[in-house]
Every structure is written in C-alpha cells, then in structure tokens.
Design a binder for this molecule. Structure first.
Ligand code: KIV
Length: 285
C-alpha cells in the first residue's frame, strides 16, 4: 500500500459533537490565500454567499449564483487541509422543493468536495433539511436575521425584539435542529433569544451578532480584519487593520513609481556571470 499523506479534515459530525464544549471558531473564506491563512486557526470555514457583497460589490446576496459558490468553494478547498469547509447555498437554489435542493446541493458537494452546505430558513425548510440529511448531505442551518429574506423582512435589522418574533425564531431553530442539521447559525438577534435557542437545541449554535452565549462564533473575515472598511456592524470587532495597511502599501507603491524609486537596482535583471553581454544594438539590426 502506498504511503500517501491523507488529508484529515474536521467533519460535520465532529462539529456537531462539540455542543456545549470549547467554543467553535468559524470564519468565512472565499479564496485560496485566505483559506491557507485560516486553516490552522479555525474549526470551520464558511464559503458564505456574503461574497456577493464583499468581493463583487453587490447590494445584497440575492445575485449570487450556484456557479459562483462552486468556483469559490473549489478555491477554498484547494487552500485548506484541516478545517471543515461548508459552502452556502445561494438564493433560489433550495427553496423550490426538497428534490431541487438535493440536486443543487449534490452538485456543490461533488464539484467542490466540501463537508456540507449551509442554507437559510426556518420551519418552512425543515422538510428539505430532513430530505438532504437523510441522503448524505450535512446541513448547517441559519436562522434569525436571514440576508436572503431582505426584501420580505424590509432590511437587515436585528431580530427577536418582540415576543412574537422571538417565538417564531425559536420555533424555526428547533425545527431545523430536529430535522437533522449538524449546527445552526444564529444571526443578528437579542442575547436572551440566542441563550434560549442554545439551551433548547442539541446541536451547536454558531453566533454572528448573537452574543457569547452561543456554542461558537462566526464573522466575515474581511470585516474583522478591516479589509471591508472600518464601517462594520455593531457586532463586529476589527481585530487588525489589514485594509488600512494594504491602502498604505498601495499608496507607497504609487508614489515610488511616480518618483522612479521603484523598481530599484535590486529589482533589475543583470546578465548572468560569465555570459557575454548581448550587443543589443546589433541584434536590433
Ligand atoms: O454568507 C455568510 O457569510 C454568512 C455568515 C455571515 C454566517 O451567512
């Protein structure tokens, strides 16, 4: 038997088994270089459909396509060896029927090699989550603030302020967990609701704007590194100013080119030692 190095990744069941344990560390990744940087630091990388807004400058995530998610999923898989990679299902690819959802999710899993998919939705998606998980597709749920519902919800405000809304989100989260999801993202909701959901479901809750009561946390990497500007939502902490540093580097390059300080002699190719200097005037004829 050949001794090829086997890639040993964190699996969806391994993530599920972390309920109530050390907090799960999750971040978004869209590209190979970012996946390389995250791989040793995180348990789970999400190829989120937020890439539509963060990378492509869209106003919402609704214009993101399955082909875009597959291309970025492949890029993230190429840059990682260890973390559990989950690919987000874009708007319109899971809502129609469990069968249509299965076809689209199976395509994502086959073409990227990811460990599972994420879909937004509550009770109305429970049947689909059951259908998928029974057929070999691990599902990460996503309740609370659901960016794909921006047009029906009328914006991106935080959720669960009134009793009725909080109860609906609690019921949504329980339905997704009972349908077989291996974990659930709780986005943009009041702390008490996140606490109640975390206590009531037997799968890890992964918070984004849902406080530290969750079993894990996720952020958009570009937000927490300052790559998407400093104007981030209240729930984000900017842990480093990579965006500012990149801007300084770009400005320094532009100035150096204008002043003819770049390229300098150390960036210039010289003839190899021992080779005759080409007589360019003669070559040119
Ligand atoms: O699309 C995304 O990046 C997400 C996370 C913010 C949870 O859904």
């Amino acid at each position: 038997m050949s001794k090829t190095a086997t890639v040993c990744r964190i699996t969806a069941p391994a993530i599920r088994s972390r309920k109530g344990g050390t907090p799960l560390v999750c971040l978004t990744a869209y590209t190979t270089p970012m996946a390389r940087m995250l791989d040793d630091a995180v348990d789970l990388m999400l190829v989120g459909d937020s890439l539509g807004m963060v990378l492509y400058g869209m106003d919402s995530t609704l214009g993101v396509t399955l082909d875009m998610m597959i291309a970025h999923g492949q890029a993230v898989m190429r840059g990682s060896k260890r973390a559990c990679v989950i690919v987000d299902m874009p708007f319109g690819t899971t809502q129609e029927s469990p069968e249509a959802a299965f076809r689209n999710c199976a395509r994502v899993m086959q073409e990227t090699g990811c460990a599972g998919i994420k879909l937004e939705g509550g009770r109305e998606m429970a049947e689909t989550v059951h259908f998928l998980t029974q057929r070999g597709i691990p599902v990460m749920g996503h309740t609370g603030l659901r960016p794909q519902m921006v047009n029906t919800l009328g914006g991106y405000r935080s959720r669960g302020h009134g009793e009725r809304e909080a109860k609906a989100i609690l019921d949504d989260s329980i339905a997704i967990a009972e349908a077989g999801a291996f974990c659930v993202v709780l986005e943009g909701m009041v702390e008490d609701l996140a606490k109640e959901i975390t206590a009531r479901v037997d799968i890890p809750t992964i918070g984004i704007g849902a406080s530290s009561v969750c079993d894990g946390q996720i952020l958009v990497t570009e937000d927490m590194t300052g790559l998407f500007g400093q104007n981030v939502p209240k729930f984000v902490q900017v842990f480093g100013d990579v965006g500012g540093e990149s801007q300084r580097a770009i400005d320094a390059y532009a100035n150096a080119v204008r002043r003819r300080e770049f390229p300098s002699q150390k960036n210039v190719y010289k003839p190899k030692q021992g080779t005759a200097k080409p007589r360019l005037a003669q070559i040119a004829g």
